[in-house]
Write a protein that binds this ligand. Structure first.
Ligand SMILES: *Cc1c(COP(=O)(O)O)cnc(C)c1O
Length: 392
């Protein structure tokens, strides 16, 4: 039987032709294709500036630095995310803490955020940066997040690794309508891929210029930023400590080609989500709740196993699907339960909504090239497993 993964990239002949063209051009590292890719994503989202980098992890690191994070600063995110959303704070020497999730949206809980900010404000321990994560592609409640962050003077960096093409109150994620920065990931399992890659979007020109320098060693060729007189036309100056986080033109050519296909990607993912909802919502499981202000890009389709109603645990559903050559996934192991974070003092029980969610969650196959007949196989398998109620 053909194996069905939970996610996979879609590369077609137009993508391959774009990469071949880039390979034959004068540039293979960062060059004109990177600029074209940045322009296409900025154009798609409506953000003023875009900076392509080697991964979303690199993007989060540069974004945290550009927002001024340093030793002694604080960054907050949610436990229900990939470790990179939190690690970017540690890279800068900042302290990291978490805000628990809303059990319906699986995104940051506005109640918990508001309460935790009030307590932090009393003890002078407010975060400098908040990283809301648009989990599975469903945007966070950004008006409420932004209102709280404005009240307490906190910068916002959206981790939109799951959410290129998502919309919040009819604005595209990436437009930075409610934030200082937004980060996209182009890892192959995400909605658009460059093999490895990431991008930062911002409307702030000073942040944008800082990101351009940090992406490439902290070096500038702009005489206005230099401390010394240029020796000659070859002269450049390192004015801060940066990195080599550049994207190659080969990757960017693939990315720009994928952006042309993004409307098709989104339409198919939304169709698949609707088919799952139609076929699974009558079963004793929880299908994804969608907040009325949001339109998801559906990076993931996550169901929760309600053992009390179905008699089946998440683990036995996971196993049963595997036995039928269907390979679901679990997103996410709460970051604060990772050994590295336990070393920093976090404990099981610190963020109960994320922990309860984690025990029940299962990500079903969701990708552009998933056919209706393969999706039907997944739906039938779930029905079969729920009917047979395997022993726990
Ligand atoms: C994938 C992912 C990242 C990291 O992306 P890379 O491009 O692989 O570095 C960060 N945050 C979230 C929420 C992700 O899903």
């Amino acid at each position: 039987m053909i194996e069905i993964p939970y996610g996979r990239q879609s590369i077609d002949s137009s993508d391959i032709a774009a990469v071949i063209e880039a390979l034959g051009s004068d540039y293979i590292t960062q060059g004109p294709a990177v600029v074209r890719f940045e322009d296409s994503v900025a154009g798609f989202t409506g953000a003023r500036h875009a900076v392509a980098v080697s991964s979303a992890t690199a993007a989060l690191h540069l974004g945290a630095l550009a927002l001024g994070l340093k030793p002694g600063s604080r960054l907050w995110t949610v436990p229900n995310t990939f470790v990179a959303s939190a690690n970017c704070g540690l890279y800068c020497g900042a302290e990291v803490d978490f805000v628990d999730i809303n059990p319906r949206t699986y995104n940051i809980s506005i109640d918990h955020l508001s309460e935790k900010l009030e307590i932090a404000s009393r003890s002078n321990k407010l975060p400098d940066v908040l990283v809301p994560v648009h989990f599975a592609g469903q945007p966070c409640e950004m008006s409420e997040v932004a209102a709280l962050c404005v009240k307490y003077g906190i910068r916002i960096m959206e981790d939109a690794s799951h959410a290129i093409g998502s919309e919040y109150k009819n604005t595209k994620i990436g437009a930075c309508a409610y934030s200082d920065l937004t980060v996209f990931s182009f890892h192959p399992v995400k909605i658009v891929t460059t093999g490895e890659g990431g991008m930062l979007l911002t409307n702030d020109t000073a942040i944008y210029e800082k990101l351009l320098r940090l992406r490439s060693h902290g070096v500038t060729r702009d005489p206005r930023l230099m401390k010394k007189e240029p020796d000659g036309p070859w002269y450049y100056e390192q004015v801060e400590l940066g990195f080599n986080y550049r994207m190659t033109d080969i990757q960017a050519a693939l990315g720009a080609s994928q952006i042309n296909r993004l409307p098709d990607f989104l339409a198919r993912r939304r169709e698949l989500a609707a088919r799952y909802e139609e076929n699974l919502s009558s079963l004793p499981i929880v299908t994804p709740f969608q907040h009325r202000d949001t339109l998801s890009a559906w990076h993931l389709y996550v169901i929760l196993m309600d053992q009390e109603r179905s008699g089946v645990t998440r683990d036995s559903l996971f196993q049963g699907l595997r036995e039928r050559s269907i390979f679901p996934q679990v997103h996410y192991i709460p970051v604060h339960t990772q050994p590295w974070y336990q070393e920093l003092g976090f404990r099981e029980g610190n963020f109960p909504a994320s922990e309860t969610y984690y025990r029940k969650a299962l990500s079903l196959p969701m990708y552009y090239s998933l056919s209706n007949s393969h999706q039907d196989r997944v739906i039938e398998a779930i029905n079969e497993i729920l009917e047979s109620k395997p022993r726990e």
